[in-house]
Design a protein around this ligand. Sequence first.
Ligand SMILES: CC(C)(COP(=O)(O)OP(=O)(O)OC[C@H]1O[C@@H](n2cnc3c(N)ncnc32)[C@H](O)[C@@H]1OP(=O)(O)O)[C@@H](O)C(=O)NCCC(=O)NCCS
Length: 224
Amino acid sequence: MKKKIVIFGSGVHAKVIFHSIINNDRFKFLGFVDHKDKNKTIIKFKGVSYKIIDLLKNLDVIKKFKNLSGIIGVGSNFERSNLYKLVQKKKIKINWETIIFKGTNISNNVNIGEGSVIMANSTLNNNVTIESHVIINTGSIIEHDNFFGKFSSTGPGVTTGGNVEVGDLSHLGIGSTILNGKKIGSNTVIGGGSLINKNCKSYSVYFGVPAKIRGRRKYNKKYL
Ligand SMILES: CC(C)(COP(=O)(O)OP(=O)(O)OC[C@H]1O[C@@H](n2cnc3c(N)ncnc32)[C@H](O)[C@@H]1OP(=O)(O)O)[C@@H](O)C(=O)NCCC(=O)NCCS
């Protein structure tokens, strides 16, 4: 039987995930859940309108489903973790799904946590650990023995060498390259197109080729 699933969030990232889910025979997609605009159509696809079916402040519609699956379709790491906390607070049991897009190349002994999304044309090599609610964006190459902490993410086309560690809530910007063995702290943002050839501290912004520290950041500062 197909699993009933909702997407939390209804912005650009949610719409990308929608197209993976709607083409996946494992799922029956029910709709989006967001802060506002109940009943608003988010996507029309093959003659069907997919809407916001519930609001985060209520969750009274989704409460009625037993064994409901969910995925958080929010690109910002901080906002994704906030949304997760909000749903937890409501004490509604959601089975957080791992969404693997078509065209990914994932080695046998890769561990991927609940709620994580691995997007099209990404490669995860031997002994990679991806913790929960992580986004590995389109066309990223994650080499052997990498570790990605909770709510971390890559932009499209990121490349990491072997044994890279990325802390919770950190983001590797679009097209960045992380040399093998480098460690990125938590809550840090690596700017698009950067080359990381040294370890990076937590709560910091780095960019450039090679990257330099450009400042400190608060955990909720916008970066996308
Ligand atoms: C690194 C980043 C967070 C900096 O954001 P910010 O603090 O708002 O910086 P600003 O946009 O104000 O730019 C400040 C200066 O740094 C430069 N700069 C910013 N990001 C840069 C980068 N990645 N590489 C080189 N220079 C960069 C800007 O051009 C600007 O230069 P100027 O002062 O000469 O005009 C952001 O630029 C970034 O790269 N975010 C990641 C984006 C991403 O991965 N998107 C994926 C979407 S799926």
